[in-house]
Design a protein around this ligand. Sequence first.
Ligand code: TRP
Length: 321
Amino acid sequence: MNKRILSGVQPSGQLHIGNYFGMIDRMISLQSNSDLFCFVANYHSLTSINNKDELEKNTSEAFIDLLALGINPEKSTFWIQSHVPEVTELAWILSNFSSVGLMQRSTSYKDKIANGLKPNMGLFSYPILMASDILLFNADVVPVGKDQKQHLEMTRDIAIKFNNFFGDIFTIPEIEIDNTNDIIIGVDNQKMSKSYNNTIPIFGDHDTINNQVMNIVTDSAGLNEPKDTNTPLFKIYSLFLDIESKKELHDRYNTPGLKYMEVKKELVDIIINYFADQRSRKNELLSNKDEVNELMNLGKLKAQNIARETLSHVKRATGLL
Ligand code: TRP
Protein backbone atom coordinates (compact mmCIF):
# COMPACT_ATOMS: atom_id res chain seq x y z
CA MET A 1 0.00 0.00 0.00
CA ASN A 2 1.13 3.52 -0.75
CA LYS A 3 2.24 5.55 2.21
CA ARG A 4 -0.16 8.17 3.45
CA ILE A 5 1.51 11.56 3.42
CA LEU A 6 -0.16 14.53 5.06
CA SER A 7 0.52 18.22 5.12
CA GLY A 8 -1.32 21.45 5.88
CA VAL A 9 -0.83 24.91 4.43
CA GLN A 10 -1.85 27.96 6.45
CA PRO A 11 -3.79 30.49 4.36
CA SER A 12 -1.89 33.46 5.69
CA GLY A 13 -1.75 35.53 2.50
CA GLN A 14 -0.64 35.15 -1.10
CA LEU A 15 1.41 32.01 -1.71
CA HIS A 16 4.97 32.87 -2.68
CA ILE A 17 7.83 31.08 -4.39
CA GLY A 18 9.28 30.20 -0.98
CA ASN A 19 6.11 28.17 -0.24
CA TYR A 20 6.32 26.67 -3.70
CA PHE A 21 9.92 25.48 -3.71
CA GLY A 22 9.86 24.74 0.03
CA MET A 23 6.86 22.41 0.05
CA ILE A 24 4.18 22.68 -2.62
CA ASP A 25 6.22 21.31 -5.53
CA ARG A 26 7.22 18.36 -3.36
CA MET A 27 3.59 17.60 -2.47
CA ILE A 28 2.56 17.78 -6.10
CA SER A 29 5.18 15.30 -7.21
CA LEU A 30 4.40 13.00 -4.26
CA GLN A 31 0.89 12.52 -5.60
CA SER A 32 2.04 10.06 -8.25
CA ASN A 33 3.26 7.40 -5.84
CA SER A 34 1.63 8.10 -2.49
CA ASP A 35 -1.70 8.69 -0.87
CA LEU A 36 -1.56 12.47 -0.38
CA PHE A 37 -3.67 14.28 2.22
CA CYS A 38 -3.46 18.03 1.99
CA PHE A 39 -5.58 20.72 3.61
CA VAL A 40 -5.90 24.47 4.01
CA ALA A 41 -5.30 25.03 7.72
CA ASN A 42 -7.78 27.84 8.37
CA TYR A 43 -8.48 26.95 12.03
CA HIS A 44 -4.77 27.51 12.59
CA SER A 45 -4.93 30.89 10.86
CA LEU A 46 -7.44 32.10 13.40
CA THR A 47 -4.42 32.50 15.68
CA SER A 48 -3.21 35.38 13.52
CA ILE A 49 -6.18 36.63 11.46
CA ASN A 50 -9.18 38.12 13.24
CA ASN A 51 -10.99 39.52 10.24
CA LYS A 52 -13.90 37.72 8.53
CA ASP A 53 -13.24 38.96 4.98
CA GLU A 54 -9.53 38.37 5.19
CA LEU A 55 -9.84 34.82 6.51
CA GLU A 56 -12.52 33.93 3.95
CA LYS A 57 -10.59 35.40 1.06
CA ASN A 58 -7.27 33.86 2.07
CA THR A 59 -8.84 30.44 2.58
CA SER A 60 -10.57 30.21 -0.78
CA GLU A 61 -7.58 31.74 -2.56
CA ALA A 62 -5.21 29.19 -1.02
CA PHE A 63 -7.56 26.39 -2.09
CA ILE A 64 -7.73 27.71 -5.66
CA ASP A 65 -4.00 28.39 -5.85
CA LEU A 66 -3.13 24.87 -4.73
CA LEU A 67 -5.54 23.41 -7.29
CA ALA A 68 -4.04 25.60 -10.00
CA LEU A 69 -0.52 24.56 -9.01
CA GLY A 70 -1.37 20.91 -9.43
CA ILE A 71 -2.96 19.34 -6.36
CA ASN A 72 -5.30 16.76 -7.89
CA PRO A 73 -8.46 16.43 -5.77
CA GLU A 74 -9.56 13.21 -7.50
CA LYS A 75 -6.34 11.40 -6.77
CA SER A 76 -5.54 13.03 -3.43
CA THR A 77 -7.66 14.10 -0.50
CA PHE A 78 -7.68 17.89 -0.50
CA TRP A 79 -9.96 19.86 1.80
CA ILE A 80 -10.47 22.92 3.94
CA GLN A 81 -9.72 22.14 7.57
CA SER A 82 -12.83 23.77 9.06
CA HIS A 83 -15.10 21.79 6.71
CA VAL A 84 -14.22 18.70 8.77
CA PRO A 85 -14.84 19.96 12.32
CA GLU A 86 -14.21 16.48 13.78
CA VAL A 87 -10.61 17.64 14.05
CA THR A 88 -11.51 19.99 16.90
CA GLU A 89 -13.30 17.24 18.82
CA LEU A 90 -10.24 15.03 18.62
CA ALA A 91 -8.08 18.00 19.64
CA TRP A 92 -10.08 18.29 22.86
CA ILE A 93 -9.56 14.62 23.62
CA LEU A 94 -5.85 14.87 22.83
CA SER A 95 -5.41 17.91 25.04
CA ASN A 96 -5.84 15.55 27.99
CA PHE A 97 -2.71 13.71 26.88
CA SER A 98 -0.65 16.83 26.20
CA SER A 99 1.50 18.02 29.05
CA VAL A 100 1.56 21.73 29.83
CA GLY A 101 5.33 21.55 30.26
CA LEU A 102 5.70 20.18 26.75
CA MET A 103 3.58 23.01 25.31
CA GLN A 104 5.53 25.60 27.30
CA ARG A 105 8.73 24.44 25.65
CA SER A 106 7.34 25.24 22.18
CA THR A 107 9.83 27.50 20.43
CA SER A 108 7.25 28.40 17.81
CA TYR A 109 4.88 29.72 20.53
CA LYS A 110 7.68 31.79 22.06
CA ASP A 111 8.69 33.17 18.64
CA LYS A 112 5.14 34.12 17.80
CA ILE A 113 4.67 35.97 21.10
CA ALA A 114 7.99 37.73 20.55
CA ASN A 115 6.66 38.78 17.13
CA GLY A 116 3.55 40.37 18.64
CA LEU A 117 0.87 37.64 18.41
CA LYS A 118 -1.53 37.58 21.34
CA PRO A 119 -0.72 34.86 23.88
CA ASN A 120 -4.17 33.23 23.94
CA MET A 121 -5.13 29.57 24.39
CA GLY A 122 -5.57 29.03 20.64
CA LEU A 123 -1.96 29.95 20.05
CA PHE A 124 -0.83 27.94 23.07
CA SER A 125 -2.62 24.79 22.00
CA TYR A 126 -1.77 25.15 18.31
CA PRO A 127 0.45 22.02 18.50
CA ILE A 128 -2.48 19.94 19.85
CA LEU A 129 -4.66 20.92 16.90
CA MET A 130 -1.78 20.06 14.62
CA ALA A 131 -1.43 16.65 16.30
CA SER A 132 -5.14 16.15 15.73
CA ASP A 133 -4.78 17.02 12.02
CA ILE A 134 -2.19 14.32 11.66
CA LEU A 135 -3.56 11.57 13.92
CA LEU A 136 -7.16 11.88 12.73
CA PHE A 137 -6.07 10.77 9.26
CA ASN A 138 -3.55 8.09 10.29
CA ALA A 139 -0.74 9.76 8.39
CA ASP A 140 2.39 7.64 7.93
CA VAL A 141 4.66 10.50 6.99
CA VAL A 142 4.52 14.25 7.49
CA PRO A 143 6.98 16.22 5.35
CA VAL A 144 7.71 19.61 6.90
CA GLY A 145 10.27 22.35 7.05
CA LYS A 146 12.74 22.54 9.94
CA ASP A 147 10.58 25.09 11.76
CA GLN A 148 7.82 22.48 12.24
CA LYS A 149 10.01 19.69 13.58
CA GLN A 150 9.22 20.32 17.24
CA HIS A 151 5.48 20.30 16.51
CA LEU A 152 5.83 16.86 15.01
CA GLU A 153 7.81 15.58 17.96
CA MET A 154 4.91 16.75 20.13
CA THR A 155 2.47 14.89 17.88
CA ARG A 156 4.45 11.67 18.28
CA ASP A 157 4.66 12.22 22.02
CA ILE A 158 0.90 12.73 22.35
CA ALA A 159 0.11 9.70 20.14
CA ILE A 160 2.46 7.40 22.07
CA LYS A 161 1.00 8.51 25.38
CA PHE A 162 -2.56 7.94 24.15
CA ASN A 163 -1.72 4.52 22.71
CA ASN A 164 -0.14 3.52 26.03
CA PHE A 165 -3.49 4.02 27.74
CA PHE A 166 -5.87 2.74 25.09
CA GLY A 167 -4.04 0.39 22.71
CA ASP A 168 -2.85 0.80 19.17
CA ILE A 169 -5.30 3.45 18.03
CA PHE A 170 -3.03 5.96 16.34
CA THR A 171 -0.38 5.53 13.67
CA ILE A 172 2.82 7.11 14.98
CA PRO A 173 3.84 9.40 12.12
CA GLU A 174 7.37 9.61 10.73
CA ILE A 175 8.85 13.07 10.52
CA GLU A 176 10.40 13.89 7.18
CA ILE A 177 12.54 17.00 7.12
CA ASP A 178 13.56 18.08 3.66
CA ASN A 179 17.29 18.67 3.64
CA THR A 180 17.66 18.82 -0.11
CA ASN A 181 16.38 22.36 -0.27
CA ASP A 182 18.14 24.99 1.76
CA ILE A 183 16.01 27.72 3.23
CA ILE A 184 14.55 29.76 0.38
CA ILE A 185 16.01 33.25 0.56
CA GLY A 186 13.88 36.37 0.08
CA VAL A 187 14.78 39.54 -1.83
CA ASP A 188 16.60 40.93 1.24
CA ASN A 189 18.70 37.80 1.85
CA GLN A 190 16.69 36.70 4.93
CA LYS A 191 14.42 33.62 4.87
CA MET A 192 11.53 34.27 2.45
CA SER A 193 8.52 34.93 4.65
CA LYS A 194 5.37 36.99 4.48
CA SER A 195 6.21 38.57 7.82
CA TYR A 196 9.46 40.01 6.40
CA ASN A 197 7.78 41.49 3.30
CA ASN A 198 10.50 39.97 1.15
CA THR A 199 8.47 37.49 -0.88
CA ILE A 200 7.83 37.04 -4.59
CA PRO A 201 4.18 35.97 -4.97
CA ILE A 202 3.60 33.04 -7.37
CA PHE A 203 0.59 34.69 -8.95
CA GLY A 204 1.56 38.33 -8.53
CA ASP A 205 0.91 40.59 -11.54
CA HIS A 206 3.78 41.68 -13.77
CA ASP A 207 4.40 44.93 -11.85
CA THR A 208 4.50 43.22 -8.46
CA ILE A 209 6.90 40.54 -9.60
CA ASN A 210 9.02 43.11 -11.44
CA ASN A 211 9.20 45.39 -8.39
CA GLN A 212 10.18 42.58 -6.07
CA VAL A 213 12.84 41.26 -8.44
CA MET A 214 14.24 44.78 -8.77
CA ASN A 215 14.33 44.89 -4.95
CA ILE A 216 16.64 41.86 -4.73
CA VAL A 217 19.74 43.14 -2.98
CA THR A 218 22.98 42.99 -4.98
CA ASP A 219 26.55 43.91 -4.12
CA SER A 220 28.60 46.70 -5.64
CA ALA A 221 31.04 44.52 -7.59
CA GLY A 222 32.35 46.46 -10.62
CA LEU A 223 31.34 45.57 -14.17
CA ASN A 224 34.68 43.95 -14.90
CA GLU A 225 34.92 41.88 -11.77
CA PRO A 226 33.59 38.31 -11.45
CA LYS A 227 30.45 38.15 -9.32
CA ASP A 228 29.68 36.32 -6.08
CA THR A 229 27.18 33.46 -6.52
CA ASN A 230 26.44 33.14 -2.82
CA THR A 231 23.96 36.00 -3.17
CA PRO A 232 20.15 36.25 -3.25
CA LEU A 233 19.82 37.06 -6.98
CA PHE A 234 21.81 33.97 -7.94
CA LYS A 235 20.00 31.78 -5.40
CA ILE A 236 16.50 32.89 -6.40
CA TYR A 237 17.27 32.61 -10.12
CA SER A 238 18.68 29.10 -9.56
CA LEU A 239 15.37 27.84 -8.15
CA PHE A 240 14.02 27.97 -11.69
CA LEU A 241 16.98 26.26 -13.38
CA ASP A 242 18.02 22.66 -13.99
CA ILE A 243 21.59 21.64 -13.19
CA GLU A 244 22.89 22.44 -16.67
CA SER A 245 21.42 25.96 -16.82
CA LYS A 246 22.52 26.63 -13.28
CA LYS A 247 26.08 25.86 -14.34
CA GLU A 248 25.73 28.27 -17.26
CA LEU A 249 24.54 31.02 -14.93
CA HIS A 250 27.47 30.23 -12.67
CA ASP A 251 29.85 30.68 -15.62
CA ARG A 252 28.25 34.00 -16.51
CA TYR A 253 28.78 35.17 -12.93
CA ASN A 254 32.45 34.25 -13.22
CA THR A 255 32.92 36.13 -16.48
CA PRO A 256 33.54 39.89 -16.27
CA GLY A 257 30.87 42.07 -17.86
CA LEU A 258 27.76 40.63 -16.20
CA LYS A 259 25.13 43.30 -15.49
CA TYR A 260 22.80 42.58 -12.55
CA MET A 261 20.05 44.60 -14.21
CA GLU A 262 20.05 42.26 -17.20
CA VAL A 263 19.94 39.20 -14.98
CA LYS A 264 17.00 40.70 -13.11
CA LYS A 265 15.08 41.41 -16.30
CA GLU A 266 15.55 37.81 -17.42
CA LEU A 267 14.43 36.56 -14.04
CA VAL A 268 11.12 38.47 -14.21
CA ASP A 269 10.28 36.74 -17.50
CA ILE A 270 11.41 33.37 -16.22
CA ILE A 271 9.17 33.58 -13.17
CA ILE A 272 6.15 34.66 -15.18
CA ASN A 273 6.68 31.94 -17.79
CA TYR A 274 7.37 29.26 -15.21
CA PHE A 275 3.88 29.66 -13.74
CA ALA A 276 2.06 30.62 -16.97
CA ASP A 277 -0.05 27.44 -17.28
CA GLN A 278 -0.90 27.50 -13.61
CA ARG A 279 -1.91 31.14 -13.91
CA SER A 280 -4.38 30.41 -16.68
CA ARG A 281 -5.74 27.46 -14.68
CA LYS A 282 -6.19 29.82 -11.72
CA ASN A 283 -8.12 32.29 -13.88
CA GLU A 284 -10.30 29.48 -15.15
CA LEU A 285 -11.10 28.41 -11.59
CA LEU A 286 -11.76 31.98 -10.48
CA SER A 287 -14.43 32.29 -13.14
CA ASN A 288 -15.95 28.93 -12.28
CA LYS A 289 -17.18 29.09 -8.69
CA ASP A 290 -19.35 25.99 -9.14
CA GLU A 291 -16.40 23.83 -10.03
CA VAL A 292 -14.44 25.11 -7.03
CA ASN A 293 -17.37 24.49 -4.69
CA GLU A 294 -17.78 20.99 -6.03
CA LEU A 295 -14.12 20.23 -5.44
CA MET A 296 -14.32 21.66 -1.92
CA ASN A 297 -17.25 19.39 -1.25
CA LEU A 298 -15.53 16.36 -2.71
CA GLY A 299 -12.54 16.96 -0.43
CA LYS A 300 -14.78 17.44 2.58
CA LEU A 301 -16.62 14.15 1.98
CA LYS A 302 -13.44 12.15 1.41
CA ALA A 303 -11.73 13.58 4.50
CA GLN A 304 -14.80 13.35 6.69
CA ASN A 305 -15.24 9.65 5.97
CA ILE A 306 -11.87 8.85 7.47
CA ALA A 307 -12.12 11.42 10.23
CA ARG A 308 -15.40 9.97 11.51
CA GLU A 309 -14.04 6.46 11.55
CA THR A 310 -10.93 7.40 13.55
CA LEU A 311 -12.94 9.56 15.91
CA SER A 312 -15.37 6.77 16.62
CA HIS A 313 -12.48 4.36 17.43
CA VAL A 314 -11.06 6.97 19.78
CA LYS A 315 -14.39 7.62 21.48
CA ARG A 316 -15.08 3.95 21.93
CA ALA A 317 -11.60 3.31 23.28
CA THR A 318 -11.81 6.14 25.81
CA GLY A 319 -15.37 5.41 26.97
CA LEU A 320 -17.00 8.42 25.36
CA LEU A 321 -19.25 6.40 23.09
N1 TRP B 1 1.76 24.53 11.22
C1 TRP B 1 1.95 24.34 9.81
C2 TRP B 1 2.64 25.57 9.23
O1 TRP B 1 2.49 26.65 9.75
C3 TRP B 1 0.64 24.11 9.10
C4 TRP B 1 -0.02 22.86 9.58
C5 TRP B 1 -1.15 22.78 10.33
C6 TRP B 1 0.42 21.53 9.35
N2 TRP B 1 -1.46 21.49 10.59
C7 TRP B 1 -0.52 20.68 10.00
C8 TRP B 1 1.51 20.98 8.67
C9 TRP B 1 -0.35 19.28 9.99
C10 TRP B 1 1.67 19.59 8.66
C11 TRP B 1 0.73 18.75 9.31
O2 TRP B 1 3.31 25.44 8.22
